[in-house]
Design a protein around this ligand. Structure first.
Ligand code: HBI
Ligand code: FE
Length: 296
């Protein structure tokens, strides 16, 4: 990928000019994507949709189809924005990559989802450390079509802006919530466990591991329990949390989190693999293959 995308000085939206953050909002250089880039999208899309049949939640698969996403070519953000904005008021915008947290929260709070404009190289097809276009566009964007999940993502952004003002512990609690829902969440659907987390659906190995392996715990969603729980950045998760519905997520984020942060500040963090007596345990993991170094 040789393109250095043009920076957009002032992103013109129907909500007026979006101030350009120093963190590089860029136009999607769609005409500059190489054949390799499109082939990478095609390979990953087709492979993941094959694996996710019977594993991903209906809500995710139906939303992805409703957006008109296909394996053929890397989608144009402008095409997706027409459908997405009409559905839930969310819009995508190109970025260089991970944004400073406050910028990220502020975009979500305004229903703008930052999507990395570049896609991984063919030799990175099975794993890439940082989020690329495939993780963001295939993983995160489809569920923004779902009104309830779209509300949750905006509420998360609004909560993030507030947590940023409160301090690092509050931010850590909130990041854990994002991690165990938006990135690595499972949902009960027709009595079975299904995937909705972006970090899982964009990963071949974890799409299989999270449901099929005996190693990880699978525990019912509990807001404060999750906010206390450490997680893994470099391996599959040791624990997956299961919601009953997206409504459960949005209900959990209705109250003001300030008193919750204060209560959590008095409590110990929970190691990623621990099962507590009060947990609603769908599966108690064997812990086989778990990393023994410190969780994040
Ligand atoms: N930036 N572009 C981008 N995408 C993310 O998913 C993202 C980010 N910055 C911070 C971040 N995620 C996490 O720290 C959230 O928990 C805030
Ligand atoms: Fe992500």
């Amino acid at each position: 990928m040789s393109t250095t995308p043009r920076r957009v000085e002032n992103l013109q939206t129907d909500k007026g000019k979006v101030p350009v953050y120093a963190t590089g909002i860029v136009e999607q250089p769609w005409d500059d994507y190489s054949d390799d880039d499109h082939a990478t999208w095609t390979t990953l899309y087709a492979r993941q949709r094959e694996i996710l049949h019977g594993r991903a939640s209906d809500a995710f698969l139906q939303a992805q189809d409703a957006m008109g996403m296909t394996p053929d070519r890397i989608p144009k953000f402008s095409d997706l924005n027409e459908v997405l904005e009409a559905a839930t008021g969310w819009t995508l915008m190109g970025v260089e990559g991970l944004l400073p947290e406050l910028d990220f929260f502020d975009h979500l709070a305004n229903r703008r989802f930052p999507v990395t404009w570049w896609i991984r190289r063919p030799d990175q097809i099975d794993y890439i450390e940082e989020p690329d276009l495939f993780h963001d566009l295939f993983g995160h964007v489809p569920l923004l079509m779902n009104p309830v999940f779209g509300d949750y993502m905006q509420a998360y952004g609004q909560g993030g802006v507030k947590a940023h003002g409160i301090g690092a512990d509050a931010l850590q609690n909130l990041t854990r919530l994002y991690w165990y829902t938006v990135e690595f969440g499972l949902i009960r659907e027709h009595g079975a466990l299904r995937i909705y987390g972006s970090g899982i659906v964009s990963s071949k190995g974890e799409s299989i591991h999270c449901l099929d392996s005996d190693a990880p715990n699978r525990i019912g969603f509990d807001l404060e329990r999750i906010m206390r729980t450490r997680y893994r950045i470099d391996t599959y998760q040791k624990t997956y949390f299961v919601i009953d519905s997206f409504e459960q997520l949005i209900e959990a984020t209705r109250p003001d989190f300030t008193p919750i942060y204060a209560r959590l500040a008095e409590q110990e963090s929970i190691p990623a693999g621990t099962v507590l007596d009060g947990d609603k345990v769908y599966h108690r993991g064997t812990g086989e293959g778990w990393a023994t170094d410190a969780d994040t």
